[in-house]
Write a protein that binds this ligand. Structure first.
Ligand code: NAP
Ligand code: MG
Length: 509
């Protein structure tokens, strides 16, 4: 790429309003204004977020020992939503002691049937408060209300329903073996699916008879604290679920507490490696759900329009804040030009903006730090010589918003191809043969999820067997179900969550 092109692309990044490069762009703009939707904001009037939240320890909300608080921000408006407690070693110790006492005195003594009743009750209460939880998830984390309403919250409830069903059937799940609970589980979750990640962790832990101390991410603590209210209102015995809020240091206190039997972590590969090192030799059990750089492979015989929808779903929805996002498109040469043009046309119609508006496709980037990280990757991509394309639609002036972005003319060794960006940024490479597609798909340190689009079942099976990823979707993308295990190969993690497999990490035999 020439210097002037590079400069132009960098200017596009800084002023955020690139000129459309699609040949049909002018036509598209006319259509866009013709078909513009009226705003359809979800009302948040009935949702109550307190000014300040404390830890939830031993069945009640308690002030942090050191009296320190942090702030959670709405990334769409940059306004402070509330304060929440900053957990220190003293708070974590109190929570672990409460969890230990609850484990020994109550929870491990209950029958599976009794435990199951509590978990069913929690599931139903999540459903009853679904609208409130969805709105809070969008306010605190920036994701579009359609996504929190239709995906995050229903799936969170579904995980509690599913694992409630296993609570009294563990002997049938593992015939001939004698499954036993572990004790106190420390659980640390990220900001991209706050309530759903909590459900992935807490539901199987409780079903198998363990008690938990969970730390939500510092940019999205509110739904975990609302979940604490649900535990209290469901009459869950005190200390079975404890929520300690704070930053990475609080997570580290949980990991290193000597009376924790198991750590379940979802987050970045960098922090996963730190955790793995720090618990080595302690006898603590560990599951890690880490980063990804998912290949999404489109063969020439694929239904192209469906594939375009699948690509948009795989990388642009939820702002690309999806560990299993299809962030690398691999398209067979013969259809590459046609597909990229259709993709650009589709990008022109995506609505980036207010997360609470029901028309919004792409909401706010979760935090200032993540926004800056994505911007720096856009610069890296341009400096590496890739060609950047962003759609021409407007983005709000305030808040952290990023236009959906494509990079073409990339090579396998580029940082934007190898490293997880965790934003609405797609790299596009081409291939000629299935072998080349497989080679390129496997050529990153990650192995979490992948997609394949083709008319032929045989190609699906061949690529499915050859690609090292925990999940592969064919002719669809980002579909989840509590019965289905999820997890990574290589630097994407250790262990599986979901389904029958998700019970194993919480049991000993
Ligand atoms: P992150 O920085 O690793 O943080 C994850 C959680 O760990 C947060 O609660 C964080 O607290 C905490 N933490 C930070 N440093 C810690 C330490 N030294 N010890 C213990 N806990 C610590 O990841 P993120 O940026 O929040 O999330 C994005 C990453 O998660 C991406 O890489 C994504 O791929 C991955 N992810 C993976 C899956 C999966 O299932 N494989 C699912 C979702 C997300 P703070 O929030 O205060 O920093
Ligand atoms: Mg927030």
């Amino acid at each position: 790429m020439s210097d002037s092109n590079t400069k132009e692309s960098l200017e596009k990044i800084s002023n955020g309003s690139p000129k459309p490069t699609s040949p049909n762009a002018d036509l598209k703009l006319d259509f866009a204004s013709f078909w513009e939707y009226s705003p359809a904001p979800e009302s948040s009037e009935h949702v109550k977020i307190d000014d300040r939240y404390n830890h939830f320890i031993n069945g009640e909300f308690v002030e942090p020992v050191k009296g320190r608080y942090m702030k959670s921000v709405n990334p769409a408006t940059e306004e402070i939503i509330c304060e929440f407690a900053e957990g220190t070693s003293e708070d974590v110790d109190k929570a672990v002691k409460a969890a230990r006492k609850a484990y020994e005195k109550t929870w491990s003594k209950l029958t599976g049937k009794e435990r199951g009743k509590y978990i069913f009750r929690i599931a139903r209460m999540i459903q009853e408060r679904a609208r409130e939880l969805a709105i809070i998830e969008s306010i605190d984390g920036g994701k579009p209300i359609r996504e929190s309403r239709d995906v995050d919250v229903p799936l969170a409830a579904a995980h509690f329903f599913y694992y409630a069903g296993w609570a009294d059937k563990l002997n049938y799940a593992f015939p001939g073996r004698k499954p036993k609970s572990l004790g106190v589980c420390g659980q640390i979750i990220p900001w991209n699916f706050p309530l759903l990640m909590l459900a992935w962790k807490i539901a199987p832990a409780l079903a198998t008879g363990n008690t938990v101390v969970l730390k939500p991410a510092e940019s999205t603590p509110v739904t975990a604290l609302k979940f604490a209210e649900i535990c209290r209102d469901a009459g869950l015995p005190a200390g079975v679920v404890n929520i300690v809020t704070g930053a990475g240091a609080t997570g580290s206190e949980i990991v290193n507490h000597p009376d924790v039997n198991k750590i379940a972590f979802t987050g970045s590969t960098k922090v996963g490696k730190i955790i793995q090192k720090s618990i080595a030799g302690t006898g603590k059990k560990l599951t890690l759900e880490l980063g990804g750089k998912g290949p999404n492979i489109v063969f020439e015989d694929a239904p192209i329009d469906q594939a375009v929808e699948g690509i948009v779903n795989a990388i642009f929805f939820n702002q690309g804040h999806v560990c299993c996002a299809g962030s690398r498109l691999l398209v067979q040469e013969g259809v590459a030009e046609k597909l990229v043009q259709k993709l650009k046309d589709r990008m022109e119609t995506l609505i980036v903006g207010d997360p609470l508006d029901k028309n919004t496709d792409i909401g706010a980037i979760n935090s200032k730090a993540q926004f800056e990280r994505i911007q720096s990757y856009l610069e890296i991509g341009v400096n590496e010589g890739a060609e950047m394309y962003q759609c021409s639609s407007k983005i709000p002036e305030n808040g952290y918003f990023c236009k959906p972005t494509l990079f073409t003319n990339v090579s396998q060794s580029n940082r934007i191809v190898q490293e997880e960006i965790f934003g609405p940024v797609l790299t596009i490479q081409t291939f000629r043969t299935p072998e080349e597609a497989i080679e390129k798909a496997n050529n990153t340190p990650y192995g979490l999820a992948s997609g394949v689009w083709t008319d032929k079942g045989s190609k699906i099976f061949k690529t499915g067997q050859s690609i090292r990823s925990g999940v592969m979707w064919s002719n669809t993308y980002n579909k989840f179900d509590p019965t289905s295990p999820f997890g990574g190969y290589k630097e994407s993690g250790i262990g599986r969550e979901g389904g029958l497999h998700g019970l194993y990490p919480y049991l000993t035999f």
